[in-house]
Design a protein around this ligand. Structure first.
Ligand code: FES
Length: 125
């Protein structure tokens, strides 16, 4: 038996804009430690071997941040704080049920467009 691949990837936006930028960003002084909190929580539960937390830059939904994307499934969580991280780990990652009240609204997260379909729309295929 080979080394198992992760069951989940959790992408935590760690983008922090400099003061004065008109666009909001996910990381501020009061939530800078949330990636560490996520990783430590996974370690404390003993599941970090199969749940890979990843720090990422902007995921394109800054106005709804802090955001966190769980794969597989394209589950985008918004307004994430420590309490939300606890619920996502317990209910989604361990329990298998995405946390509906923390997910992004469909109007901000419509179905993905496949690259070949986008190329067709642009007349490049
Ligand atoms: S800064 Fe986090 S989604 Fe853009």
């Amino acid at each position: 038996m080979g080394q198992p691949q992760p069951a989940f990837y959790i992408f935590k936006c760690q983008q922090s804009n400099p003061p004065g930028m008109p666009k909001p960003s996910c990381v501020r002084a009061d939530n800078r430690d949330h990636f560490q909190y996520l990783a430590q929580s996974l370690m404390q539960k003993g599941i970090i071997a199969t749940v890979q937390p990843i720090q990422t830059s902007c995921l394109g939904r800054c106005n709804l941040g802090p955001v966190m994307l769980v794969e597989p499934g394209h589950f985008m969580y918004v307004a994430v704080d420590k309490q939300a991280i606890d619920r996502i780990i317990n209910e989604h990652i361990i329990g298998g049920e995405p946390v509906a009240d923390l997910l992004i609204k469909d109007m901000f997260w419509d179905k993905a467009i496949q690259p070949k379909d986008l190329m067709r729309q642009m007349g490049r295929l």
